[in-house]
Design a protein around this ligand. Structure first.
Ligand code: ATP
Ligand code: MG
Length: 439
């Protein structure tokens, strides 16, 4: 049996990383975070290194004798942090540079999906904007999705209603100094319900986590620009046990096998962004790390140990670990953002009410973009705080989350008011349908 880790380094600085540090600390693990935030500093020790300063992170992992490193965000993974740590003989949870391309390159992802015969949208790939424009102009007018091939921090995807919008999207990518350097994908556009399904895998064994629904759009009713995610809840009633088994069998397993057959075995979290269409679930994208806010939501539902799961995955001995145990409950995460997000925001505003919120039963307050400033906690970016509450029903978890959110204040802070509403409506619809059948 792979020993549970005692000292863990978490790379990153968001609410996802705080949730990882918090969960591990509840298991008696000594947690370090680089660079961390005010929250990781409360449950562990922050270390002075950027998430992409790989040589410094290797040094710090040695200096603090950590027995496992866990990588939160995608940038260090795509930059090869796992390769560097493995070369240094340091255990690390997260895919190699080659395997992380499943997120780092949307074209590579499509090629793996094609190899695994995994359901996803039809697409065309272009080396640059000129060819993409020609292709669009030569086609009938239709809705499509235009995507930058490389990492774009949520700013590289344009859902287009028609040819005009698609040409404008291509122009926007061409005008972007970074995105213009990469290729462009034009993809079939789907309509349906979006859900996130993540699986922990060591390249052979797969542990599927409960299905989650994120809220990417900034404002209520899924309006406004895309963000890093304004809230999430789990489990989502849109994915019942039969559909989850189907997603595992027809999407997660073949993708893991296709990566291994392609000589890029994937070790870490494989995060499927799915659209539930009338033709069944289709892959929109894969991410190569825990989602944020999905991670906070799931870790508040995880009853069994996280440390052994991550350590066994990094050691490629996941088959030796017991299947995780999940609370028979629901969890809702609401993200509180600074004024102006997802555009530029003011930093340094003091945050009040964090203790009062954290004192509420079944509530965890996770720090995202925060820092300590002379004993005060200040907002230090867009998504500053994520509040997660659990409850024996989705409705109770939602109520408790918003009760806690009301305690937390800083100038201009805001959040969506409708996180988990879609799930509650779906629960009611299904209950009514079942009653109808029963009548
Ligand atoms: N084929 C599609 N049909 C309809 N909508 C789509 C399609 N592909 C993407 N989208 C929409 O665009 C959003 C972002 O797309 P995608 O997930 O591929 O990009 P991303 O920038 O990598 O996102 P993330 O930040 O979640 O990793 C999706 O959440 C979905 O709302
Ligand atoms: Mg992505």
């Amino acid at each position: 049996m792979v020993p549970a880790p005692r000292r863990v380094l978490i790379v990153g600085a968001g609410a996802r990383e705080h949730a990882l540090a918090w969960k591990l600390a509840t298991e008696g693990v000594e947690a370090f975070a680089a660079p961390g935030n005010a929250g990781t500093g409360q449950v562990g020790t922050n270390l002075d290194a950027a998430a992409t300063d790989i040589p410094r992170l290797v040094e710090l992992a040695r200096e603090h004798a950590v027995d496992l490193t866990v990588v939160g965000p995608e940038a260090p993974l795509v930059a090869g942090i796992t390769d560097a740590f493995t070369a240094a003989g340091l255990p690390i949870f997260g895919p190699s540079r080659a395997a992380a391309r499943i997120e780092g390159s949307k074209l590579f992802c499509k090629q793996i999906l094609r190899r695994g015969d995994v359901p996803t949208g039809l697409f065309e790939a272009f080396t640059g904007p000129a060819r993409a424009r020609e292709w669009i102009e030569a086609r009938e007018d239709m809705p499509v999705v235009v995507k930058a091939d490389g990492l774009a921090a949520g700013k590289g995807v344009f859902v287009c209603a028609d040819r005009g919008a698609a040409l404008a999207a291509i122009d926007a990518l061409a005008a972007d100094p970074v995105l213009s350097r990469g290729g462009i994908l034009i993809e079939e556009r789907f309509d349906g319900i979006e859900v996130s399904v993540m699986a922990i895998t060591d390249g052979r064994t797969i542990v599927t986590l409960p299905p989650v629904q994120d809220h990417k759009a900034a404002f209520d009713g899924d309006t406004g620009p895309n963000t890093g995610g304004m809230g999430a809840y789990a489990p989502t009633p849109f994915v019942d046990a039969a559909l989850l088994a189907d997603i595992e069998a027809r999407i997660l397993v073949p993708t893991v096998h296709a990566l291994r057959r392609g000589k890029v075995p994937f070790q870490g979290v494989l995060f499927a962004g799915l659209m539930l269409t009338p033709q069944g679930p289709k892959v929109l994208e894969f991410n190569a790390r825990f989602g944020d806010p999905e991670c906070q939501t799931l870790l508040c539902l995880l009853e069994s140990g996280l440390g052994p799961l991550l350590a066994a995955t990094a050691a490629r001995r996941l088959e030796e670990v017991e299947t995780p145990v999940w609370k028979r409950a629901a969890a809702v995460t609401v993200v509180i953002a600074s004024e102006g997000y997802p555009a530029a925001v003011q930093r340094g505003l003091p945050i009040r009410g964090l203790e009062a919120a954290a004192a509420l039963p079944s509530v965890q307050v996770f720090h995202g973009a925060t820092r300590s400033d002379g004993g005060r906690i200040v907002a230090d970016g867009g998504r500053a705080i994520a509040v997660t509450a659990t409850g024996d029903t989705l409705a109770r978890a939602k109520l408790q989350a918003y009760t806690a959110v009301r305690e937390i204040r800083w100038q201009g802070a805001w959040c969506r008011k409708d996180i988990a509403e879609k799930g509650l409506l779906e629960e009611h619809r299904r209950a009514a349908a079942a009653d109808g059948e029963g009548a």
